[in-house]
Design a protein around this ligand. Structure first.
Ligand code: AMP
Length: 499
């Protein structure tokens, strides 16, 4: 439901859309195009990212904020900008039961700023530093690395315009990726405040008007409506024209220039490497002064010189956009289109949305793209640790008792796996082996009668009989010898609090 072309209608369950042709047969419901399931086997990547975001935010003194995924449509129209692709084409907009227009959030800053105003955060010590992560929605053309529901994390500093805060934000972003071990570049530019931008826009329009015939249809439109967006175009012909386009930094007023120079000096002082990118503009209207992006370095493990046709062939129509296969891993020349994230100052947004003036700077990073990079580059994020123990039973009586034992061991902090519904020992041992547990506890008829249990060391294959009542101590002892404590500390596991 793109914002402009939406029809006034209530949400009707199962109403067919352009992506869901109506069919008479009982078809198995399918994942919506451009959406993605995150399966259990991928969960450790997501846990890893949220841990890294939390840790980085904490060390920089940011507090987490969670805003709703649904907001008034006008919030995004007024902040992101009417003439942007996000608002014109990509927003999921609908009317609620009272006829108010609401939208699924396409980005995070607008909601955070609304919350800043609504909760009177201007009265707190300034600046207020907040971070977030969660799902966002854009009805974009799906491609590898571009989804209709995707996830971002973001950092925002609201309430001060000192250039040292720009430098802090850029450093924070840089170290976030650096500490993960990703080779990235920090691309920096200044787009000036709105007046500088007006001057710049005029020369930009002049430049492009003379070359209008080479522009794509979208850019011909942008030339009229929003010329800065010309520098954002993904079409190759327009990208060629972009190379010689005027640069924003040549049109900064003295104040904006000073601000930018100061940001760069702070970055130099911090020894944060950056690339000055004079044509970097951001896709949203609210940015002013500092604009920056994080680009991944080129990754090309197979062949350096791939025929460009080959590169473009993949996913032209987005048919395979839900798949994350090796074939999606192509050497891509870094650009705004492959950016891992971006941000900038938004000194006028709080005011635009009805608050007292509160200059601000922020960053948002894409999580799916980050995970793709981590996978592609085989970055070590640690493996999910398997459970320590497997409990196996033989027969119905044993099953009852082993269920109880499972419950007690779990309460005491052990990580246990089981296969309660199985009967034979063989399938249970196969599962224990597959999981990579360290010990399997076996309860058969003999042990039931004797009040004992068998502990099998899965590495050595040795089995020992122990008294049922001593099982916790026996397990603790054996796990400690196995070096579990060391492992668990490095992976935040909980056998330190075994009772
Ligand atoms: P933006 O604010 O649009 O520059 O988005 C910041 C980052 O979010 C981008 O650099 C991407 O990494 C990620 N991102 C934006 N849109 C999408 C999308 N449709 N699918 C996946 N990731 C996205």
């Amino acid at each position: 439901m793109p914002y402009k072309s939406r029809e006034k209608s209530k949400i009707i369950p199962n109403k067919p859309t352009e992506d869901q042709p109506q069919e008479k047969s009982k078809k198995t419901p399918q994942l919506l195009r451009g959406m993605k399931d995150i399966l259990p086997e991928d969960q450790h990547y997501w846990d890893f990212i949220s841990r890294r975001v939390d840790a980085t935010a904490k060390t920089f003194g940011f507090g987490r904020i969670v805003t709703p995924v649904l907001e008034e449509t006008s919030l995004f129209v007024r902040s992101v900008g009417k003439e942007t692709d996000i608002i014109e084409k990509e927003m999921y907009t609908l009317d609620d039961k009272h006829g108010s227009s609401i939208s699924l959030r396409p980005e995070g800053t607008a909601g955070v700023v609304r919350a800043y105003i609504e909760h009177g955060m201007l009265n707190r010590p300034q600046p207020v530093k907040m971070f977030y992560y969660g799902p966002f929605f854009r009805h974009d053309r799906p491609q590898a690395g571009r989804y209709r529901q995707f996830h971002q994390f973001g950092f925002e500093i609201i309430g001060d315009k000192h250039p040292v805060l720009d430098a802090q934000m850029l450093m924070m972003t840089y170290v976030f990726y650096q500490e993960i071990g990703l080779p990235i570049s920090l691309q920096v530019n200044s787009v000036g405040h709105p007046e500088c931008r007006e001057d710049y826009k005029k020369v930009l329009v002049d430049y492009y008007k003379k070359r209008k015939n080479s522009l794509c249809e979208d850019c011909k439109n942008r030339l009229q409506k929003n010329p800065l967006r010309l520098l954002d175009c993904k079409e190759s012909d327009c990208q060629v024209l972009m190379q010689d386009a005027p640069q924003t930094v040549d049109y900064l007023c003295e104040e904006c220039n000073e601000h930018f120079v100061s940001v760069l000096e702070h970055l130099d002082g911090l020894e944060v490497p950056y690339v000055l990118n004079p044509r970097l503009v951001r896709g949203l209207d609210y940015y002013s002064n500092t604009a920056f992006e994080i680009w991944p370095e080129v990754y090309n493990p197979v062949e350096e010189d791939k025929d460009e046709d080959e590169e473009n062939k993949e996913d032209k129509d987005g048919e395979n956009a839900n798949e994350e296969t090796e074939k999606n891993i192509e050497p891509v020349k870094p650009s705004s289109q492959s950016a891992l994230g971006g941000g900038g100052r938004y000194d006028y947004l709080v005011e635009e949305l009805g608050g007292q003036p509160a200059p601000a700077i922020g960053f948002a990073g894409g999580i799916e793209r980050l995970i793709n990079e981590i996978k592609m580059r085989h970055i070590d994020i640690g493996q999910p640790t398997p459970p320590d123990i497997f409990v196996a039973q033989l027969g119905d009586e044993a099953r009852k008792k082993i269920l109880k034992l499972f419950s007690e061991l779990r309460k005491s902090g052990f990580q246990i796996a089981e296969s309660f519904s199985k009967n034979g020992l063989k399938p249970q041992m196969e599962m224990a082996n597959k999981l990579g547990v360290k010990f399997t506890i076996i309860l058969g008829q003999k042990e039931l009668i004797d009040g004992t249990l068998l502990i099998r060391d899965m590495e050595s294959g040795l089995q020992e009989t122990v008294d049922y009542d001593t099982i916790k101590d026996e397990l603790k002892k054996r796990l400690a010898n196995h070096g579990v404590r060391k492992n668990s500390r490095s992976t935040n596991r909980s056998s330190d609090n075994l009772s």
